[in-house]
Design a protein around this ligand. Structure first.
Ligand SMILES: [Zn+2]
Ligand SMILES: [Zn+2]
Length: 169
């Protein structure tokens, strides 16, 4: 867990504080698969800016996740650039003006980073944008062995179901 003690930062309105942190990321569950951050701890830049009515937090880093490709189940590496912002009002009357990541003067950098990565994930994690996937007939990897099957014994009802599944996935 990476957290940042806000008591160590004394800022006047208009002033900002920058720090290089190491953020620890968890493994991500996505589409029933597991994606591991490599490395687990990554350098991040935190900028705390004091405004007249509150504090602005900005966090920037690039996460790299390893896991199976959605289509061919081969290795996929995904780079996720993150640039996130949060705001905390000095005297918050309004829930919307507070960030859930600040509790008792501690900024939960890990929790914030994890949520930012989860929100930034694409619909499908692929080994490459044009991944051909696995052959629906024989299960072979179509990237390594591009082929088509001569015999057509597709049932149109199955085809319709596959289209529906693709739309959901
Ligand atoms: Zn693939
Ligand atoms: Zn095949």
């Amino acid at each position: 867990m990476t957290s940042f003690n806000l008591r160590q930062v004394k800022l006047r309105p208009g002033e900002e504080f920058r720090d290089e942190l190491e953020v620890e990321l968890p493994a991500f569950e996505f589409g029933g698969q597991r994606y591991l951050p490599v490395p687990e701890r990554i350098p991040a830049e935190l900028v705390v800016t004091r405004a007249t009515t509150g504090t602005v937090f900005a966090l920037a880093f690039t996460a790299r996740l390893h896991g199976p490709c959605y289509r061919c189940l081969g290795d996929a590496v995904l780079e996720v650039p993150i640039s996130a912002r949060e705001y905390q009002a000095s005297s918050p009357d309004d829930e919307e003006l507070t960030t859930p990541y600040v509790q008792a003067d501690q900024l939960d950098v890990s929790g914030w980073a994890r949520d930012a990565v989860a929100l930034a994930l694409p619909d499908k994690i692929l080994c490459r944008p044009e991944c051909a996937g696995l052959c629906p007939e024989c299960g072979k990897n179509l990237n390594e062995e591009p082929h088509v099957h001569e015999e057509e014994h597709g049932d149109p009802r199955w085809a319709a179901l596959e289209t529906l599944k693709d739309g959901l996935g």
